[in-house]
Design a protein around this ligand. Structure first.
Ligand code: SF4
Ligand code: SF4
Length: 291
């Protein structure tokens, strides 16, 4: 029917108007209930997630509270507990950044050897597309997304090319912006550190056990009675005499063997002689018998 769409549109507008009126009425007398004070008469308005009205934000005096996962330009984390930058200058973030807006210069020691630290770190905020790839790929939780979006300047270069000092924030700042993620990361890091500590303890225990076994072995060797040179000589003589006596005994036994063999041979000869004698007698008897 002609005009149906128009009526529907007006209905939606009326619905939003009533919801807004209701939300505004509920926030009376304090529109800033639950809001954060930024100082200089500036506030962050908390608009609950279930609020449906089109609340007017008087920007820049008022700002809407950003959700935790809001992301704008990356920031580098200064670990306040360890008093060091988390970034190790590995360069992974620069490699994965799609528009290639990260530049890193690795620091070196007094001998010119590269170290795991940045001397320079730049991000071109005019090119960054807030994709958060650098954060996803950083293996050291050293780079995170900042919520700060008020970056307007008159000149792009060099104001929008942020250096390390401008990018670095303390760990507590990150913890306040990303409380849930921070807690998860801290729990994971604690678990990893605990595992590492356990592995190191086990390694140390194994090394100590090896050392103790080696010491025990050495002690056992040292505890064995030691003989003097004269004693060793006497022992050698005694052994030589034993060997000689053994050899002689064997020779004597060998002679016995020969005697036995000779006796055996003699007995055989005797038996042979007797057998020949019998044969001769039989022959004689048979000759006598036949004659
Ligand atoms: S921010 Fe992370 S990924 Fe990038 S260089 Fe530093 S440690 Fe490597
Ligand atoms: S957020 Fe994306 S575009 Fe920006 S610096 Fe990180 S990887 Fe590059």
């Amino acid at each position: 029917m002609f005009g149906t769409g128009l009526l529907k549109g007006l209905g939606v507008t009326l619905k939003h108007a009533l919801e807004t009126f209701e939300d505004d009425r509920e926030s009376v007398p304090d529109r800033y209930k639950g809001s954060l004070d930024l100082g200089n008469n500036r506030k962050v308005i908390q608009q609950p997630i279930d609020q449906e009205g089109l609340l007017t934000i008087q920007y820049p005096e008022e700002k809407r509270l950003l959700p935790e996962r809001f992301r704008y330009i990356p920031m580098l984390i200064w670990d306040s507990e360890k008093q060091e930058d988390r970034c190790t200058a590995c360069g992974i973030c620069a490699k994965v950044c799609p528009p290639q807006c990260i530049w890193i210069v690795r620091d070196s020691d007094e001998n010119g050897k590269p170290v795991t630290r940045c001397s320079e770190f730049y991000i071109d905020a005019a090119v960054c597309m807030s994709c958060s790839f650098c954060v996803e790929f950083c293996p050291f939780d050293a780079i995170k997304m900042n919520h700060d979006y008020e970056l307007a300047v008159y000149d792009r270069y060099p104001q929008l090319v942020y250096d390390m000092e401008e990018l670095t924030v303390p760990l507590e700042y990150y913890a306040a912006l990303w409380p849930t993620q921070y807690e998860e990361e801290q729990a994971r890091r604690k678990e990893e550190e605990e595992q590492k500590r356990k592995q190191e303890e086990e390694k140390a225990a194994r090394a100590a056990a090896r050392q103790a076994a080696a010491a025990q072995k050495a002690e056992a060797g040292a505890g064995a009675p030691k003989r003097s040179a004269a004693e060793l000589q006497a022992l050698a003589k005694e052994r030589a005499a034993q060997r000689q006596a053994q050899a002689q005994g064997q020779t004597a036994e060998g002679g016995g063997d020969d005697d036995a063999a000779a006796a055996k041979r003699a007995r055989m000869e005797d038996l042979k002689r007797r057998a020949q004698e019998r044969a001769r007698q039989r022959k004689l008897e048979s000759g006598n018998g036949s004659s």
